[in-house]
Design a protein around this ligand. Structure first.
Ligand SMILES: [Zn+2]
Ligand SMILES: [Zn+2]
Length: 150
């Protein structure tokens, strides 16, 4: 096997870990994410309490929760009117993960909770129409007024 093939294999089966602020919740992801988006929608703003949220979406089977108890808050998105199941640490409240009615089979991990917060590239900034007016976007990253599809 060439070095390149070995690197590709390593990338494919890559493991990353992360967790909440208090350390109670820990998870491990395997493989590359299906998508990774910075989202400025109102739902993500309130879910995270910050100007935008970063969602790193994996095939559900590629996310394993290692420890800790999470509470679930299920609500309807302001933008899609479909449900989101937001999961957060019962002890410290960090929003660690969520699933969406719109994306069956995928599980999102909150991008800032990885031990290494920049191992994955952010593919796009979406719902920029509800972003802060002083938001600065990185060069070369696509921006979408709404979601990717429209
Ligand atoms: Zn915690
Ligand atoms: Zn959003």
């Amino acid at each position: 096997m060439s070095i390149k093939d070995e690197n590709d294999r390593h990338e494919k089966h890559r493991h990353e870990e992360g967790g909440c602020q208090c350390g109670a919740v820990r998870y491990r992801t395997t493989n590359q994410p299906a998508r990774a988006m910075a989202c400025h929608c109102i739902t993500c703003r309130l879910r995270t309490g910050s100007p935008y949220g970063v969602g790193v979406y994996f095939d559900e089977k590629d996310v394993e929760f290692l420890q800790g108890e999470m509470s679930v808050y299920k609500f309807n998105s302001d933008t899609s009117d479909r449900w989101i199941r937001n999961e957060f640490c019962l002890r410290c409240g960090t929003a660690v993960s969520w699933t969406l009615e719109m994306r069956p089979g995928l599980r999102a991990i909150a991008g800032g909770t990885f031990d290494n917060p920049d191992w994955y590239p952010i593919q796009a900034h979406i719902w920029t129409r509800s972003a802060r007016s002083d938001m600065c976007y990185p060069d070369g990253i696509p921006q979408h007024e709404k979601s990717l599809s429209g």
